[in-house]
Design a binder for this molecule. Structure first.
Ligand code: HEC
Ligand code: HEC
Length: 454
């Protein structure tokens, strides 16, 4: 635990150095909007060491740092993130999608309170966890937004084979615990560690309502510039069905119910019927037995609450409207043309159609997400982690809608500006990236104006 604090300190200083080396934001940062519930822990982006194999060796942990001041009952005290990029006129976009019935809006509002709810030890929080509510990480632009809050994954690669080190508490590190003795650290056996920042949830119901066949058609369509891309076929954690994944940096889940159930266990330590086993601190079952006082599943329906919390938070995300675009102008229109001309839209497909949904507002709708939802081999931008259907090099084409509300980009938040995010593209995106680099200043400005209008 002392070690992990030392690592955090190292991460902070490295990322601060990194930010210092980056160009300043165009405008001075406005006062950041407060999340509905203040995020108690914001982890900084990780150190940047892109390597050809994408695996980042860790080596033995550094010697212990002085013990942190104990903050009861949630440990450790949150590290301070480096200042983010300026966010223009951040408003509150946590609105219900257009076209809902009055009863669906009531449902949305009730479900929102569960998304904001702070879990406590009595409600099953922990024994190890990353944060205390969904909104603690998902807050930029309102409840459900992205943030630079990062989680850490680790594993061990031996002769090209990835081992998630489950017996040692992998693959996800839980950074906090209900008492210091349960705190996890990245085990010395790990030789690969990657951070992931929080993705936005605005419009998630529309993404969920895109049929598998639409995404599969993107995979088989012929594409220029050596771009391939494949659908992430996953087994749904709730229904057991074989489905096309679309949520998460690796398209690791196909449905919001599955992602929500996973997040309750792995981010908050709240078990449910589909993720019924608590995570043991670094795999130590004796410590878990000592720490875990509640019978599982902790989140279950009752007569008073006929829906489990993980279903309610999924309902909230499902009915959450996408972020509307800013009013357009001639530079933005020109920028979208440039985006298509240089090959960005080959992966960042401007729109897809939803199929039939039991929620009328989600049926047969155009979804302007700017993603094909496929996995692409991103070369040095891959994070080295095998997860669900994705191998180490493969990442999901990040949807670009709502981009202007973001203050960190790429899976590990390494880019503080959109331009730096594009320049870091590699692998299948190399041809498009090289065209971007050669754009005249005028065309580049238009392209960035377009991206900042999303
Ligand atoms: C500790 C911070 C944290 C907490 C708490 C948290 N999340 Fe997340 N969330 C993340 C991160 C980081 C990602 C990206 C994960 C990845 O792909 O590796 C993410 C991704 C998601 C996604 C995928 C969206 C997409 O398309 O990429 C969904 C859905 C989601 N979270 C729902 C929830 C829900 C529901 C809760 C509460 C039960 C929750 N999250 C709590 C950090 C958090
Ligand atoms: C081969 C497919 C592909 C092409 C072509 C491509 N991208 Fe991407 N893009 C991705 C993937 C995959 C990611 C997510 C990378 C990661 O996980 O870090 C991404 C991420 C981004 C992001 C960061 C989004 C975020 O959520 O942090 C931006 C901005 C972006 N792309 C813009 C562009 C632009 C502009 C172009 C054209 C020059 C382009 N991309 C071309 C696949 C592609």
């Amino acid at each position: 635990m002392k070690t992990s604090l030392f690592l955090l300190t190292a991460v902070i200083s490295m990322s601060t150095a990194l930010e210092a080396a980056m160009p300043p934001a165009a405008s001075p940062p406005p006062a950041p909007q407060k999340p509905a519930s203040p995020p108690p822990s914001k982890t900084p982006p990780p150190p940047i060491t892109p390597t050809a194999g994408a695996s980042k060796p860790v080596g033995t942990p550094p010697p212990a740092a002085p013990a942190p001041a104990v903050q009861k009952p949630l440990l450790p005290p949150p590290p301070q993130p480096p200042p983010g990029r300026a966010i223009a006129n951040e408003g509150n976009f946590a609105n219900p999608i257009a076209g809902l019935s009055a009863s669906q809006i009531t449902e949305f509002n009730a479900a929102k309170t569960v998304f904001l709810e702070v879990e406590t030890e009595d409600a099953g929080l922990g024994p190890i966890f990353n944060d205390v509510s969904c909104v603690a990480c998902h807050f930029r632009g309102g409840a459900g937004g992205a943030s630079r809050t990062a989680v850490t994954r680790f594993g061990k690669i031996t002769n090209g084979i990835y081992d998630p080190l489950e017996a040692l508490g992998g693959p996800l590190l839980q950074r906090r615990a209900i008492a210091p003795k349960y705190l996890e650290r990245v085990p010395p056996e790990a030789n690969i560690v990657a951070n992931r920042i929080t993705t936005p949830l605005f419009g998630a119901g529309l993404i969920e309502a895109i049929s598998d066949s639409t995404i599969l058609a993107n995979a088989t369509a012929s594409k220029p510039d050596g771009v391939k891309g494949r659908a992430a076929v996953v087994s749904d954690a709730i229904t057991g069905e074989s489905r096309v994944g679309r949520f998460g940096w690796k398209s690791q889940h196909a449905t919001l119910n599955a992602f929500s159930a996973d997040a309750y266990l792995n981010e908050m330590g709240v078990t449910n019927a589909f993720f019924p086993h608590e995570n043991a601190p670094n795999g130590n079952l004796a410590l878990l037995t000592e720490a875990d006082k509640f019978s599982d599943p902790e989140d279950k329906p009752s007569v008073a609450d006929p829906k489990a919390d993980f279903i309610l938070t999924a309902d909230y995300m499902r009915l959450l409207a996408p972020v509307p675009r800013t009013p357009t102008n001639s530079s933005i229109i020109k920028g979208e043309t440039v985006f298509k001309e240089i090959g960005c839209a080959v992966c960042h497909v401007p729109s897809m159609k939803t199929g039939i949904s039991s929620i009328t507002a989600l049926s047969n709708r155009t979804v302007d997400l700017y993603s094909d939802l496929l996995l692409h081999n991103m070369g040095s931008l891959g994070d080295g982690m095998t997860q669900s259907a994705a191998n180490g090099m493969e990442m999901r084409t990040a949807p670009l809608w709502g981009l202007r509300l973001r203050d960190a980009f790429l899976h590990d938040g390494r880019a503080s500006t959109v331009e730096l995010a594009v320049i870091a593209h590699a692998g299948e995106a190399q041809v498009a990236r090289d065209r971007f680099k050669k754009l005249t200043a005028d065309r580049k400005k238009s392209l960035l104006d377009f991206l900042h209008s999303l």
